[in-house]
Design a protein. Structure first.
Length: 221
């Protein structure tokens, strides 16, 4: 029957090796694509992360960074009062572990000509202390007497008390001077950078002419 058909129909219906090869390539590509899609869409095992108990997390790791920094910064500062013969006396805030030399540098340095022989520049500072520059070394506190309290500072035979280096306790031992007035004298000294003359004692709040007359022979700048 095929021989009875026209030649062009026989040519169209003929199966050639080239056509078979082309169809085979297409089928192989289709099968490969379908296999790749099936492989990528297959179910996969998922690893569940381990559960961490709340107590196992360190407190430092859960605390906010700002709070941790504030806590560390607050514990790393000390406050000292630098007075006497320095260029810029006053209260200074320094890092914990600072030494007397650091306090002097923060106060602008020692004034020229000041004798610092009795000043230990390498001593470590403590919070709340006062560094007095240009004053003679103070004697250690007197031990308490048995059956009573420690005696106050004595002025007998000690000569005039230095207004530029005396502590609140020493000023409190002067006649007519209590702890409040002694603190006023120290505050005035800190604000002015020391006393240049005994006459400046009149400018301290709480010292009148009568009290100044009692003190002028007992103190020196």
């Amino acid at each position: 029957m095929r021989e009875r058909l026209p030649l062009w129909v026989q040519d169209r219906c003929a199966v050639r090796p080239r056509a078979v090869a082309a169809v085979g390539v297409v089928l192989v590509a289709a099968v490969g694509f379908a296999g790749q899609q099936y492989w990528s869409a297959r179910p996969r095992a998922v690893t569940v992360p381990a559960v961490v108990a709340p107590g196992a997390v360190p407190a430092a790791a859960t605390a906010p960074a700002g709070a941790a920094g504030a806590g560390a910064g607050g514990a790393a500062r000390i406050v000292v009062d630098v007075s006497g013969k320095v260029r810029d006396p006053g209260v200074r805030r320094l890092p914990a572990g600072s030494r007397v030399e650091d306090a002097l540098a923060a106060a602008g340095g020692v004034r020229p000509g000041t004798d610092t022989t009795g000043l230990n520049r390498a001593r470590v500072l403590v919070d709340g202390e006062q560094v007095v520059v240009g004053a003679p070394a103070q004697p250690p506190p007197t031990a308490a007497v048995a059956g009573g309290s420690a005696p106050g500072p004595s002025l007998a035979g000690a000569g005039p008390l230095s207004l530029g280096s005396a502590t609140v306790a020493q000023l409190d031992g002067l006649p007519g001077v209590g702890p409040v007035l002694a603190q006023h004298i120290v505050d005035f000294r800190t604000a002015r950078g020391g006393f240049r003359s005994v006459e400046e004692l009149r400018q301290v709040d709480g010292i009148g002419e009568r009290r100044f007359a009692d003190l002028r022979t007992l103190v020196r700048p």
